[in-house]
Design a protein around this ligand. Sequence first.
Ligand SMILES: [Zn+2]
Length: 153
Amino acid sequence: MSKFKILPLPSEIAETARRRAAAGASDHSIRTVDSPASYPCRHCLQWAQPGERVVLFPYASIPAGRPYSESGPIFVHAEACEGYAPTTKYPENFRRHRVFRAYNVEHDMIDAVVVPDDQPEAVIEQLLQNPETAFLQARSVSRGCYTFRIERA
Ligand SMILES: [Zn+2]
């Protein structure tokens, strides 16, 4: 089995989003969660629970200036939360309804696999066997939103 590590959204990006939302940035929105498995926090990799507040904002999961550059909407808890750990264990909350995209060092998408429910480790193994794969992105299979990044450990 390939060793992998899970990379949640960096804490500094979550903190910046909270500050910008509090300052009223037009592309940042604070929402109150109304259903239990609809608002995944990309920092702690937990579903935000009904009544909790989240910040919705655009995140450039592939940086600007490349053919596959991409920015899309993500949530983080509006209150401070702990970054996901341990990062060598696949997050239990996202064992279903994910697609993994593989990218090379140039940030070009080179593969994508809809993950069979409860088999994320097998798909990670498969995608990391390709020596061209530099990193993976886990995304929502239905909405396509970025969830977290996976790299070789
Ligand atoms: Zn969180």
